[in-house]
Each structure stands twice: as structure tokens, then as C-alpha cells.
Design a protein around this ligand. Structure first.
Ligand SMILES: [Zn+2]
Length: 258
């Protein structure tokens, strides 16, 4: 039972989506009175869909700064989040970029463009004095060029839906994640089942991640599910931790073992 953790991860954080999270985060903060600190990892999108520029919203920046001072982690989650590269040319690309998701910003970028966007994101974090160790690609998709650009920069980790990867070498660590598809009623029904099955399968995993999206927050039942799972996992003995702190602990352990 000892040494099992959970990470509460909020996706797609931007001025436009922040109102979706306000109530939920207040409820998480209320839980800390009973259960101790619950640090959150916020996946920040610097200019969500080219229409929600963090830099132009002082209240939003201040809010993130405040969360950071409370022990939360801010990580970089793409730059625009949407896939704005030229139209797909092959059936496989069409499937990935139009059917599977329209949100794979880093899926079709070459190394140069990926580097440019990463650097813009890094500059935002620097301008705010925020430490930056994590990058999560929108829809967890990255081209080979994007992976190279990422490895050449000073990040410590990236992740996909079921793994963390330490950087720069992309060493893979199992880290199962629960995530919902809350867009429609049938997806929500299915998500509950899938999520519960996943939670059961991952019961021994050292780190379990809860990946929340703004759309989840717009459905009272989904929001309630997340709060309930969060509290249940804590009561089962999982300690809340940010993704970066967990990665840093792993690294320390390996050094001790070596
Ligand atoms: Zn996202």
C-alpha cells in the first residue's frame, strides 16, 4: 500500500476555459481541509485556438501564479492546441488529424516549427518566473520532429495517456491515466465504465493520473465522478503529488539504487 501516488491534472488551461474549472478547484481545495494538500498539475495552453492569449489576461496570470505559490505545478500544453498545419494528404494522416482529433497541434509540425512554438511557450513561462519542467502534447500526439525539438530543450518529462517519459531520452515509465470523453451522453456513459475498469486495473500502479478536461466540468455528473474518485483514492492511501514531483522522486530513487 505504501508509496502509491495520484496526480490530479487539469488539461487545456487558458483564460477561455478557466471559468469551467473554478467551482471544481474550489471543491478540491475544500477537500484539503480533510485530507491534507492536493497539489494540482495545470496544463497551460499559451494561446488556446489562437483566441485566448494568456499574456493579455493579467487576472488569469495572477491566478496561476497564486496556484503555483500553493504548491501546484504549471506545465506547457502545446501553444495553440489546435492542429493548424496544412491539410492532411494521406489517409492515415486524415484519420489521425480529422477523425481521431483536430487537436493534435504537434502531430504534423516539422522540427523547426515545433521548436519555434516550444520556444514561445518557454518564453511565456520565463516572463512570468514560472519554472518549466513538463511538456504535454495536445491529444498526446507528437511528430518525430517535435520529439527532437523537445529533446533539445530543457524539459524533464513528457507524457501520453498511459505513460510518462523522462527527457531528454524518452525513457518510458508506466503511469496509467483515467480520462473521460464527456462530449455526448453515450460517451459519458461509456467513460464511467471504462474509467472504473481502468481504476481497478491500475490499483497497484505507483502513479495513477486523473486527466480532467474543461468539457467534463460542464456536466455535474462528471464533475461529481471526479471528486468522488479523487477522495476515494486518497482514502485508499494514494498521496496526491504533482507530475513533476513524482518524476523527481523516481529519479532520486534510481540514484539511490545505483
Ligand atoms: Zn489538451
Amino acid at each position: 500500500m505504501a508509496d502509491r501516488h495520484l496526480s490530479l491534472v487539469l488539461h487545456d488551461v487558458a483564460p477561455e476555459t478557466w471559468p469551467d474549472y473554478i467551482d471544481f478547484v474550489a471543491k478540491v481545495d475544500a477537500l484539503t481541509r480533510r485530507h491534507g494538500p492536493i497539489p494540482i498539475t495545470w496544463l497551460v495552453v499559451p494561446d488556446f485556438h489562437h483566441r485566448s492569449d494568456c499574456r493579455r489576461d493579467d487576472a488569469f496570470l495572477e491566478h496561476l501564479q497564486h496556484r503555483r505559490s500553493m504548491g501546484d505545478e504549471l506545465a506547457l500544453h502545446g501553444y495553440y492546441h489546435c492542429d493548424d498545419a496544412p491539410s492532411p494528404r494521406t489517409p492515415r494522416d486524415w484519420f489521425m488529424r480529422r477523425f481521431y482529433t483536430w487537436e493534435g497541434e504537434f502531430y504534423a509540425l516539422d522540427q523547426h516549427e515545433a521548436a519555434r512554438r516550444l520556444d514561445k511557450g518557454i518564453a511565456l513561462f520565463r516572463s512570468q518566473g514560472w519554472p518549466l519542467t513538463g511538456f504535454v502534447a495536445p491529444a498526446w500526439l507528437m511528430s518525430q520532429g517535435a520529439r527532437q525539438a523537445l529533446a533539445q530543450r530543457d524539459f524533464r518529462y513528457t507524457s501520453d495517456s498511459q505513460h510518462l517519459y523522462t527527457l531528454p531520452d524518452f525513457t518510458r515509465i508506466d503511469a496509467p491515466g483515467l480520462v473521460w470523453s464527456a462530449r455526448s451522453a453515450w460517451r459519458r456513459g461509456l467513460s464511467r465504465l471504462v474509467s472504473e475498469t481502468q481504476r481497478w486495473r491500475a490499483r497497484q500502479a505507483p502513479l495513477l493520473r486523473l486527466g480532467l478536461h474543461p468539457v467534463d466540468m460542464r456536466h455535474a455528473s462528471v464533475q461529481a465522478y471526479w471528486l468522488e474518485v479523487l477522495e476515494r483514492l486518497i482514502l485508499e492511501g494514494r498521496q496526491p503529488i504533482t507530475k513533476y514531483d513524482w518524476v523527481a522522486r523516481q529519479r532520486q530513487r534510481e540514484q539511490h539504487a545505483a
